[in-house]
Design a protein around this ligand. Structure first.
Ligand SMILES: Cc1cc2nc3c(=O)[nH]c(=O)nc-3n(C[C@H](O)[C@H](O)[C@H](O)COP(=O)(O)OP(=O)(O)OC[C@H]3O[C@@H](n4cnc5c(N)ncnc54)[C@H](O)[C@@H]3O)c2cc1C
Length: 442
């Protein structure tokens, strides 16, 4: 890269801000001074769905450590809660997974939750953007309409954006960090195809501190869905409210409301609860086609992500791989194909296949409550009687929830004969219990 290259980043979500941060730090180390400009139309400090990047906001311990090592200092307002474990619920059982001593899990909010809580400003995306600005990036609050690729290699790429109307910005390199919820994705670059997506449901419910303290504690609660419309549902406690996330191919509000009336979920909400805001964000379930061109690269969700997990961490890695390619090899189409996209695929594509198998088990548990209960009983037994290193069911669930280990390694743990022996034993006991109580009743 030449010393004062003009770099335009489209999108100030995690991928865009991480990219600006890593590029500026690494460039300075090499005596390069690129001019980095980030575009986004959102105001992360103003309440409302339009200004929020829609996510459950759980940060894995690994990512928190990595960001702190990179110089990010999380202020009190940004960290909503410190999570100390998970509670997994089948329809009539539950088991608690306590935090491992070395694990640190934070919850954050991507925008500002509610207008009446603006004194609680602490948007995670604003925090990342401020960090990039402090490193030297420029920020233009404007939506990008499209890019015009130059006819000859020496000319700049023209970025058409809206504020002020019909403005044009010139750059030598363009980074698309616009996620999968943007109309821009469809016409960004010739040959580029946005990943396939599912549409989740995300809702914020004001429940108050008392209910959070008495019901949730500092645990995320995970509930089984029906296996088709809703795969699973998570209630994540924040400071004053709870974030509800329902994952499935196309989750509807009515399905979520029905699931929340059931006896296992209902006690977690006040009687007169309502969604203070809700949305149907898309998230990727495959990788993009050709997320690069000459002097153009696409990162974050718009390129590839870990299957149903840790999208913010994937944003970090794709940003890192893009910077490494630009600084170590160059930014031609061939460089991005050979180095950037290959690194992304090596990290995620194969592992995501194991992820799909593991989440297939979740579907099985949704359909066969006997198996789900047996699994929960196995976790409870381990928590009560086994040494931590022998708690195989708990370990598998912990790794799936936190994303601390690759899906391939989790899958390997699932193959351990002792795990199957315990599942078999607990399934037999569950069957016996049901026979004794009259079939069908737990
Ligand atoms: C329901 C749900 C729950 C999730 N929970 C978690 C979780 O708990 N933990 C986790 O790690 N991940 C989670 N994720 C995934 C995570 O939200 C994403 O992986 C992550 O936000 C991707 O970052 P990004 O920067 O690539 O895209 P985004 O966060 O989508 O950011 C894209 C940015 O680009 C901007 N933009 C778009 N178009 C334009 C344009 N034309 N001009 C200018 N700017 C533009 C947008 O305004 C936005 O700010 C969740 C996702 C969903 C859907």
């Amino acid at each position: 890269m030449f010393p004062d290259a003009r770099v335009a980043v489209i999108g100030a979500g995690p991928a865009g801000s991480f990219f600006a941060h890593i590029l500026l730090i690494e460039s300075i180390r090499r005596g390069l001074y690129p001019i980095v400009t980030i575009f986004d139309s959102k105001d992360f400090e103003t309440a409302g769905r339009r200004n929020c990047n829609m996510c459950a906001g759980t940060l894995s311990g690994w990512l928190v450590d990595e960001l702190e090592a990179e110089g990010y200092r999380f202020p009190h307002q940004v960290v909503q809660t410190h999570i100390h474990g998970y509670v997994v619920h089948s329809r009539d059982r539950q088991a608690r997974l306590a935090q491992r001593p070395d694990a640190r899990i934070y919850t954050v909010f991507r925008g500002v939750p509610f207008p009446e809580l603006t004194h609680e400003r602490g948007s995670f995306d604003q925090f990342l953007l401020d960090h990039a600005i402090a490193m030297g990036a420029r920020y233009i609050r404007s939506s990008v309409k499209g890019i015009d690729l130059p006819a000859s290699p020496g000319e700049p790429i023209r970025i058409r954006h809206c504020q002020p109307a019909d403005s044009v910005h010139e750059a030598d390199l363009v980074v698309g960090a616009f996620g999968v919820n943007s109309p821009l994705a469809k016409q960004f670059l010739p040959g580029y195809k946005v990943p396939k997506v599912w549409r989740a449901f995300q809702g914020e419910i004001l429940v108050g501190r008392d209910l959070i303290a008495s019901r949730y504690g500092d645990h995320v609660h995970i509930f089984l869905g029906d296996g088709q419309r809703i795969k699973f549902l998570a209630l994540t406690p924040k400071r004053f409210h709870v974030t509800l996330t329902a994952i499935g191919p196309n989750v509807k509000r009515l399905d979520v409301a029905a699931r929340l009336r059931e006896s296992d979920t209902a006690p977690f909400l006040p009687e007169d609860w309502k969604f203070r805001c809700h949305c149907h964000p898309a998230f990727p379930v495959s990788s993009a086609e050709k997320p690069y061109g000459d002097r153009v690269v696409v990162i974050g969700d718009a390129c590839i992500s870990r299957y149903l997990k840790n999208g913010i961490e994937s944003a970090w890695y794709t940003a890192l791989f893009a910077v490494q390619t630009i600084l170590d090899h160059g930014f031609s189409e061939a460089d991005f194909r050979a180095h950037y996209f290959r690194a992304c695929r090596r990290k995620y594509e194969r592992d995501n296949r194991f992820g799909r198998l593991i989440f297939g088990l979740n579907d099985l548990f949704c359909r066969l409550p006997i198996l789900a209960n047996a699994h929960i009983e196995a976790v409870r037994h381990e928590q009560a009687f086994e040494r931590p290193k022998d708690r195989r069911h708990s370990q598998v669930l912990w790794d799936v929830f936190t994303g601390d280990r690759s899906y391939a390694r989790i899958f390997l743990s699932c193959c351990h004969p002792m795990l199957h022996a315990r599942t078999g034993w607990e399934t037999a006991r569950e069957l016996w219990r049901r026979l004794r109580n009259g079939m069908g009743r737990p």
